[in-house]
Design a protein around this ligand. Structure first.
Ligand code: HEC
Length: 162
């Protein structure tokens, strides 16, 4: 009995190796990249690239083990959820409230130390951000909020309290 179960499990493990979701890869210009509407300085860009873009952009750098299932499913789950929360390549086409609030969320996530996900930094050690790097990102997100506050009336950025 146990042997049969093991064989079935093993067969399933072999079969799923051939099933992969569509990779999060979209080459070429990203017309709705956040950098099209707000400045993204080089230092910010490189921190986002090493610590955030894999789950918050239209391009993931896949490690070799993404070829192994169920790793790919697990990673794809994070990527899809991460992009649903905030996609830096689909930012310019979102409404002002979303943009303003998301930059607030970026600050929150960094303050709390919730991003990048722990399961990501276990493997991507260089995505463990120093306090200086966190400050760089938080200052950047806050400066976007300030730019928006100067550009638009407040009630187009936050919901009016009833
Ligand atoms: C390994 C994937 C991964 C990485 C890397 C990652 N995130 Fe996330 N991020 C997620 C997931 C998954 C969610 C959705 C969490 C949820 O729904 O509970 C999320 C959500 C968010 C949100 C939205 C939170 C909200 O309240 O809507 C922000 C902002 C965010 N991440 C910022 C960042 C920043 C900044 C970095 C880099 C410093 C980063 N993330 C790195 C996976 C990731």
């Amino acid at each position: 009995m146990l042997k049969k179960i093991l064989i079935v499990l093993l067969a399933a493990l072999v079969v799923i190796q051939f099933i992969h979701p569509k990779p999060n890869k979209s080459t070429g210009d990203q017309p709705n990249y956040i950098g099209k509407i707000f400045p993204v300085p080089e230092d910010v860009k490189s921190i986002l690239a090493k610590a955030c873009n894999d789950c918050h952009s239209n391009n993931t750098r896949y490690p070799w083990y993404s070829n192994i299932q169920p790793m790919d499913w697990w990673m794809t789950g994070h990527i899809n959820k991460g992009k649903r929360g905030m996609n830096l390549d689909e930012f310019a086409n979102r409404n002002l409230r979303f943009q303003y609030n998301k930059m607030g969320d970026v600050v929150e996530q960094l303050k709390e130390g919730d991003m990048p996900l722990n399961s990501y930094t276990w493997i991507h050690k260089n995505a463990i951000l120093s306090q200086a790097e966190k400050n760089t990102l938080m200052n950047w997100a806050n400066s976007i909020k300030d730019t928006m506050k100067a550009r638009y009336p407040m009630d187009s950025l936050v919901k009016k309290k009833q």
